[in-house]
Design a protein around this ligand. Structure first.
Ligand code: CO8
Length: 257
């Protein structure tokens, strides 16, 4: 039987999606994007889902970009369709109700960097290399990079990266806020275990509420966004989690969510 294009592992509701084309440095072609879309659709309504981690197979790459060989002969209309397919899939990833984390293990270039940007945050191994090198191929980022990168690192740094096409290492990615943490490659499994423990111990409805407040609020003016926070905060008091969490504190015990 042939290898799956994306491997799926589920550990107590923490689902890891591993892009599995290591010989092509996990480059995103149409087939991988379709499979990712199908899996995300399935995850959207999965009961007990706590978080989704995205990573790449092998030690060399997270994702080295969209598949250049597949893109080379596209007409403008085909390129538009391909970009729209990827944007819709990345939007689906971004809109998952639980935290999503890119575990960046190696090259994270072009469409790979854009995939990482569609996750809530990224953790990189110390050998990771980031970049938006599209201008070196005669194109611009087409999977959301020109929009999500400036929102993550600011417009000046996004312009620097997108117009020079230069690659940056994990330390610089950390400094500019592209990633949240840098770990040695062999420390990534321990990070996943720690995250599983942390998120697994928190109230699932409050974790989803915090994500919703931040994501939805970012697209609104401050006053509307604060009103949204108030609504979601008040909603916490309608469920069991708030009573259990606060009772556990008062009774000096661990909450059982
Ligand atoms: N697409 C297709 N194949 C790739 C890609 C890619 N992005 N990256 C690597 N590969 C393949 C190589 O062709 C090679 O295959 P083979 O063994 O059959 O020759 C294999 O992976 C291993 O790669 P290398 O031999 O090149 O490995 P190196 O260690 O020498 O180099 C690099 C690693 C530096 C990562 C190098 O492979 C590289 O520069 N890759 C391309 C990186 C890049 O430019 N990415 C951006 C692509 S463009 C993009 O993502 C735009 C998205 C928006 C599209 C808009 C819609 C139309």
């Amino acid at each position: 039987m042939s290898e799956p294009l994306i491997e799926v592992a589920d550990q107590a509701g923490i689902v890891t999606l591993t892009i599995n084309r290591p010989k092509a440095l996990n480059a995103l072609n149409g087939a991988v994007l379709s499979e990712l879309d199908r899996l995300l659709d399935e995850l959207q309504g999965r009961e007990g889902l706590r978080a989704v981690l995205v990573t790449g197979a092998g030690e060399k790459a997270f994702v080295a970009g969209a598949d250049i060989a597949e893109m080379r002969d596209k007409t403008p209309e085909q390129a538009r369709r391909f970009a729209r397919q990827a944007l819709a899939t990345f939007k689906r990833l971004e809109a998952l109700p639980v935290p999503t984390v890119a575990l960046v293990n190696g090259f994270c270039l072009g469409g790979g960097c854009e995939l990482a940007l569609a996750c809530d945050w990224a953790v990189a191994s110390d050998n990771a290399i980031f970049g938006q090198p599209e201008v070196l191929l005669g194109v611009i980022p087409g999977f959301g990079g020109t929009q999500r990168l400036p929102r993550r690192v600011g417009p000046a740094m996004a312009l620097d990266l997108c117009t020079t096409g230069r690659k940056i290492d994990a330390a610089e990615a950390l400094r500019i806020g592209l990633v949240n943490r840098v770990l040695a490659q062999d420390e990534l499994p321990a990070y996943v275990a720690e995250l599983t423990k942390q998120l697994g111990g928190n109230g699932p409805a409050s974790v989803r509420g915090a994500k919703q407040a931040i994501h939805d609020g970012m697209d609104q003016d401050l006053e509307s966004a604060l009103a949204l926070e108030t609504s979601l905060f008040a909603l916490c008091f309608a469920g069991d989690e708030q009573r259990e969490g606060m009772s556990a504190f008062v009774e000096k015990r661990k909450p059982n969510f």
